[in-house]
Design a protein around this ligand. Structure first.
Ligand code: NAP
Length: 465
């Protein structure tokens, strides 16, 4: 046992580390430091709790920590950048699962000892079980969709939302009985857990695979709320604070993503976007328009003599893993006296901050990265805008075509540049499944091919000029 005030002081320090860590995560330059500080805060909170409560023997604690750390290290080191959303989904699910287990144990313990549970605690336990179970099964479905273990297409059927509402009401009815009846039969607890797990599955299967990052962020928020609830149940202040931080930051991130796509959360959750309905529907038609392609040699000349180059990275850059070559190309342009800037759209790629992380991995200087609001009025002065594997985030239909599914989504104003080079493999649409008028623009030239291969050839060509 540690004196109470020392426990609370330790928790306060850990909470301060979480808050400062979160603040530092706000910029790519300080994000690694923020990550480390938050992890130290978590270690502190865990060690204080274990020493204070003496739940386990030290041998068990050390074995658990070594296995957990080794697994975490292996996962973090081996995960591909494009598979990060799946990993986050899995870790979220574990968070929800932990809350589910702790809350169930807190219900069972007094029952087995024949003690009564206060109504307030009972309600919190039931909420923690519900949110924890929904987070666990929902996150596992999100993982399965992204890992392509199951279809990424929305699975829908008539009356789906009514069906979910019935399950939810069933959980509420059983939960109320468990709180009110001190001697409620145990099958009711099992039924609440089973139904809540089922609800998590049914809430996520109608959502398209490409919308999973938004869902994961929302489930992340749920896991935080579940943890905060559990904190109330076991009267642990640091768990309440950490849960509240995760809950609120998850919901803020969800909002940022929805806003950047100009979609409401209900459209993401119930709109079954990406099921083929959007493809071909609305947006510009390519009929009668022609595309101008450019050779590597001609593109290299344009880039070599550009005074201002704005690179616009997108999902294709991540798929091609071309981040290192793009930095090499930018260095060559800079050596020739050109100024290089990277334009970062908030939802470019498939997870928030995808492009920042990708470019940071290739040591692209942070001061060359510009947010959409900072760079949009600079496209007009750019000699060349080089679009690498980006599609929806540069689609002018979002500005001009009210019938387009992405109408209203803020985009990078690439079409205003003096010359535009678009690098992609063919004419495939992006995530939204729609035509892009930018590719048919008179100032646009298409450099077809895998982004990494094309960039490697461009680098070689510029070197030989
Ligand atoms: P995008 O619209 O999905 O387009 C990516 C393009 O990359 C495709 O058109 C594809 O064309 C090309 N590509 C794929 N592999 C390539 C390769 N190896 N080399 C070269 N090109 C390649 O991507 P985006 O412009 O980044 O937009 C992101 C989309 O995802 C937005 O619609 C956004 O709303 C959505 N989204 C993002 C998030 C997030 O958190 N970031 C979350 C949910 C949804 P080809 O096949 O012809 O090469």
């Amino acid at each position: 046992m540690i004196p109470h005030f020392l426990v609370e002081l330790g928790y306060l320090v850990a909470s301060a580390f979480f808050i400062v860590g979160l603040k530092w995560l706000g910029s790519p330059a300080t994000a690694p430091r923020g990550n480390r500080l938050s992890s130290i805060g978590m270690l502190l909170a865990i060690v204080i709790t274990l020493v204070d409560i003496e739940i386990l023997s030290w041998t068990n604690v050390l074995i658990g920590m070594v296995i957990g750390s080794a697994l975490g290290l292996w996962m973090a080191r081996s995960v591909k950048m494009t598979s990060m959303p799946q990993m986050v989904a899995l870790l979220n699910g574990f968070g929800g699962g932990a809350s589910l287990l702790v809350a169930s144990a807190e219900y069972l313990k007094p029952r087995l000892l024949g003690e009564a549970i206060a109504t307030g605690t009972g309600v919190t336990i039931q909420l923690s079980i519900l949110i924890g179970a929904v987070t666990l099964s929902g996150s596992l479905i999100a993982w399965a969709k992204l890992q392509e273990v199951m279809t990424g297409k929305p699975i829908t059927w008539p009356g789906q939302q009514f069906f979910n509402a019935v399950i939810f009401l069933g959980i509420v009815a059983l939960g109320v009985m468990l709180v009110v009846q001190g001697d409620a039969p145990m099958w009711m607890l099992a039924a609440v857990i089973g139904l809540a797990l089922l609800l998590g599955v049914f809430l996520v299967i109608p959502i398209g695979g490409a919308d999973m990052p938004v869902v994961i962020s929302l489930l992340n928020s749920y896991s935080g709320i579940a943890a905060a609830m559990t904190g109330f149940v076991i009267d642990n202040h640091v768990l309440i604070i950490a849960g509240a931080l995760v809950g609120s930051s998850g919901i803020i991130l969800t909002r940022i993503m929805c806003k950047a796509m100009n979609r409401s959360l209900s459209n993401v959750l119930f709109g079954a976007f990406g099921g083929g309905g959007a493809a071909g529907g609305g947006g510009a038609s390519a009929e009668g328009l022609s595309v101008r392609s450019i050779s590597v040699e001609d593109a290299a000349v344009q880039l070599a003599y550009a005074r201002t180059l704005i690179v616009v990275p997108g999902y294709g850059l991540a798929v091609a893993q071309a981040q290192h070559v793009v930095r090499e190309l930018a260095e060559l342009v800079a050596r020739n006296g050109g100024q290089v800037k990277y334009a970062i759209h908030p939802v470019a790629g498939r997870m928030p901050g995808h492009m920042n992380v990708l470019l940071a991995e290739a040591n692209v200087p942070y001061d060359q990265l510009y947010d959409m609001d900072q760079i949009n009025d600079q496209f007009e002065q750019a000699d060349v805008a080089l679009v690498i594997g980006a599609n929806d985030v540069v689609n002018p239909a979002a500005r001009s075509d009210p019938s387009s599914p992405i109408y209203g989504m803020p985009i990078l104003d690439v079409d205003k540049a003096k010359s535009i080079i678009v690098m992609k493999r063919g004419m495939n649409p992006g995530f939204a499944g729609i035509e892009n008028a930018l590719f048919y623009h008179p100032r646009t030239a298409m450099l077809f091919g895998d982004a990494k291969q094309s960039l490697t050839r461009l680098v070689a060509e510029i070197k030989s000029l």
